[in-house]
Design a protein around this ligand. Structure first.
Ligand code: 4AD
Ligand code: MG
Length: 420
């Protein structure tokens, strides 16, 4: 029996295997809060009805137990049920547990991440993450995308050379991938529509609530698709994720006290970079053409529209080498989530011409020989194509209302965090 399915066991005798999160005693009755990974429930251990009443007194926080008992409706409990124990078997009495119900500093919690994830809020966020991954797979499966796994060890940069993690590779060197996109483009030419999903790495020295050095990206890539198609696809994907979260993560969202009105269905705003600039300048932001939006500007745009906003047609000079251009603009789009969660999607339409890409390599200080295979995609049946990358942890943060992306992955990697 799993606590998540307790409602199916009303009145029945069940076996519950789990961990004690809390114990309180009122003389002849002990109340144990037990979590089993799928949820938490109160177990009543009463003198006379449970053989092991005395044993229960030994139970410390996080002790592991096997309990047999009867499921009983209890409208006052958050689970709606409780279990009246008939027997209790101790698997292990836990040593004094470092994470107590009192407040702990974030550094302490990060050092104890392997335990912290058992705490209700961490647990809820990571379950929402798992649901989002399920939603993403279902979304792309329904649309005939082929899942396409890109390598982690790569010979060259995708997103500029300043954030590459370098590693020795026999008698040469390799880089941890910044994005699976270039490989996804090869996949799109072979399969039509693919999505890459995996960890990506950036040696980013930013200490913000939105930056990890290792984060997961979901990257669809579609042959024949345009910039507008990507905005349609991105909007549909995020709306699908929201809908599934509301449907399948009600318990988790309630535990996190998430304001569900923030996840109500909506259509997204689409504005050009120039329009964004005008809005921001009117609000007093000191920005000129060519400047990237920082966190305060993204937050201001989110506030202005009160819903997700696609910003497209950015100044070409600020974008990576692979973007298709339209005059001085890159055919790129960023999706900015409201409430300061920032850019959750970045993508656009890709350059199709060999010659243009060769010139771009020079402009961006990249070695053409490293990208010869990529130019083959333009030599042999080049077609318009587009894609984007969705930052998984940022989407998890937004859906769950977490204040930092470090809570949105089991073991976060940040500039100052490599352990545990
Ligand atoms: O905008 P980015 O850099 O785009 C790319 O890497 C493209 N090659 C993707 C593509 O078109 N296939 O990154 C995509 C998204 C961002 O919008 C953001 O959500 C997330 O990845 N992201 C990060 N998330 C956490 N920590 C970081 N350091 C991130 N950098 C980017
Ligand atoms: Mg970006």
């Amino acid at each position: 029996m799993k606590i998540a399915h307790i409602a199916n066991f009303d009145g029945q005798n069940v076996t519950l295997r789990g961990w004690v999160t809390h114990r309180r005693s009122s003389g002849k009755v002990q109340f144990l809060n037990i979590r089993d990974g799928s949820g938490t429930i109160q177990v009543v251990v009463a003198l006379g009805t449970c053989k092991a009443f005395e044993d229960a007194e030994k139970l410390t926080q996080e002790s592991s137990v096997i309990i047999e008992g009867t499921v009983k409706k209890e409208p006052r409990s958050p689970a709606g049920y409780e279990i009246i124990a008939t027997s209790l078997q101790i698997q292990q009495v836990a040593e004094p547990y470092p994470i107590t119900p009192k407040e702990h500093g974030i550094e302490f919690l990060m050092e104890h991440r392997h335990l912290w994830m058992r705490s209700p809020k961490s647990w809820a966020i990571l379950r929402i993450r798992a649901q989002i991954i399920r939603s993403v797979s279902a979304f792309f499966d329904e649309r005939d995308f082929v899942r396409f796994d890109a390598p982690i060890l790569t010979p060259s940069a995708c997103e500029g050379t300043s954030t590459l993690f370098e590693t020795p590779y026999f008698d040469t060197k390799a880089y941890l991938t910044q994005s699976g996109q270039l490989y996804g483009e090869a996949g799109a030419m072979a399969f039509g529509r693919v999505y890459v999903a995996g960890p990506t790495f950036r040696a980013e020295k930013s200490k913000t609530r939105k930056h990890l050095t290792e984060f997961w990206m979901i990257e669809p890539e579609v042959a024949w698709a345009t910039l507008d198609d990507m905005m349609d696809l991105g909007e549909a994907l995020i709306e699908h994720i929201k809908k599934d979260a509301l449907e399948h993560c009600a318990r988790e969202l309630a535990l996190l006290e998430r304001d569900l009105s923030k996840l109500a269905p909506t259509t997204y705003e689409r504005i050009t970079y120039d329009e964004a600039l005008a809005i921001l300048q009117k609000k007093g932001h000191d920005l000129v053409f060519g400047d990237d939006l920082g966190a305060p500007q993204e937050t201001a745009l989110g506030e202005h529209f009160g819903k997700p906003v696609f910003m497209h047609h950015m100044p070409a000079a600020m974008k990576a080498f692979y973007f298709k251009h339209d005059g001085k603009y890159a055919l790129g789009c960023d999706l900015i989530a409201p409430d300061g969660y920032g850019e959750i999607i970045g993508g656009g339409q890709r350059e199709e011409s060999v010659e243009t890409l060769q010139a771009r390599f020079k402009e961006h200080g990249l070695q053409e020989k490293d990208y010869n295979w990529y130019l083959d995609l333009r030599r042999y049946g080049s077609v318009p194509h587009s894609g984007f990358g969705m930052g998984l942890e940022r989407v998890v943060a937004w859906i769950s209302g977490a204040e930092h992306v470090r809570q949105c992955v089991p073991f976060p990697r940040l500039m100052n965090t490599l352990h545990p």
